[in-house]
Design a protein around this ligand. Structure first.
Ligand code: SAH
Length: 351
């Protein structure tokens, strides 16, 4: 029976070094191979030109090198680019390049589909198929870095984990991917330029703090009233705001890093004075800022963007209480690349 060969990029540097030692070779050979795989991003063992033919053959006999393939790029009128990313097993995720005057941001996916069930999000309608591996997350970033250099003459400057999936439900792989992205052997990016966005899983937020991560944390809050939040984000019934608050206090006490709350205001759902007061109160627990995100419709009558006045009321109340609040306009709406719109709509066209 033929056993399936393992993806060599699923191995740590240590494991690759161990493989060489176990096969009677020197551990440093592992460093060389690791560099080919990550810094030089080769797709084939034959491209590892300073590695002997026999060694390359031994690698070939034991491993494969999986890579993502950008199957389709769609460009928005505002310059945003959406990549449909084909994984080695044929599944597809999406990632987005968002250019501004001064930066290029990559918005990347962490799962195929999503484990959660936020009613306003298109990705939530897809079943969660599987977690992405560290190399699949890393490759999305590397692909967007290439596109940024090609189209904007500058490297990627920021990364947000706001694509498909819940990063904290794929904790180990997301952390491993960020380790590679920030490592000099990988893309050498500063963790301060990386934001992980979570719908709020208290236990995992505490774990981030314990693991002393150095990237930024954003929480998709959308309501500071338990009944409202659990209605629009049903999974949050298991994670009451009290627990979320406690985990964020813990996060701040350990990291001293300000939290960003993402918040969409919907008509008749969270646009009353009670909702505003609850948010202002919640914002006082830990140092934070609020990003009021424009709603991106997903063919659903239940959710509609609140009136400009409601947004204004939120901003006034937050600012009067010394809380920084910004309205974030959506990018890439015309190609379904904006927050919450990633749902592989064009997959039929790719096949
Ligand atoms: N699971 C993570 C990251 C993916 S979603 C999280 O929940 O944070 C990225 C952001 O888009 C989240 O803030 C999410 O609440 C928001 N979002 C989802 N659907 C949206 C929609 N239709 N319009 C605007 N924002 C949306």
């Amino acid at each position: 029976m033929q056993t399936q060969k393992k993806d060599i990029r699923a191995l740590t540097k240590e494991q690759i070094r161990d493989f060489f030692v176990a096969n009677g070779d020197k551990a440093f050979r592992g460093n060389q191979v690791y560099e080919w795989l990550w810094s030089k991003r080769v797709h084939s063992f034959d491209d590892m030109t300073n590695v002997s033919k026999t060694t390359r053959q031994m690698l070939e006999d034991n491993f494969v090198i999986n890579h993502i393939r950008v199957d389709q790029m769609q460009k928005s009128s505002d310059g945003t680019v959406k990549n449909a990313v084909r994984l080695h097993d044929g599944l597809v995720v999406e990632s987005v390049l968002i250019p501004t005057e001064t930066r290029t941001t990559a918005c990347v996916s962490s799962q195929v589909g999503c484990s959660l069930d936020c009613n306003f999000c298109a990705t939530a309608r897809l079943k969660r198929m599987r977690n992405l591996n560290p190399d699949e997350i890393y490759d999305q970033v590397a692909a967007i870095d290439n596109e940024s250099r090609l189209y904007h003459d500058r490297p990627l400057s920021n990364i947000v984990f706001m694509g498909m999936g819940e990063p904290l439900m794929n904790y180990n792989n997301v952390i491993a991917a960020i380790d590679m992205i920030t490592s000099p052997e990988g893309l050498g990016m500063s963790p301060k330029r990386i934001t992980v966005s979570t719908s709020g899983v208290p236990k995992m937020i505490k774990k981030l703090a314990d693991d002393e991560v150095r990237f930024k944390l954003a929480v998709s809050l959308h309501s500071a009233v338990d009944e409202v939040r659990s209605q629009i984000m049903p999974f949050s019934k298991s994670f009451p705001l009290k627990d979320l608050r406690e985990s964020l206090e813990y996060w701040y006490s350990k990291t001293k890093s300000r939290v960003t709350y993402e918040y969409v205001v919907w008509k008749g759902i969270n646009d009353s004075k009670r909702d505003i007061d609850a948010l202002v109160k919640f914002c006082k627990y830990v140092p934070c800022k609020v990003n009021l995100i424009e709603y991106n419709p997903i063919d659903d009558d239940e959710f509609q963007q609140a009136s400009p006045q409601a947004i204004e009321d939120y901003i006034t109340a937050l600012e009067n209480n010394g809380i920084v609040a910004k309205v974030r306009r959506s990018r890439g709406k015309d190609i379904d690349a904006a927050c919450g719109q990633l749902a592989n709509k064009n997959e039929a066209a790719i096949n």
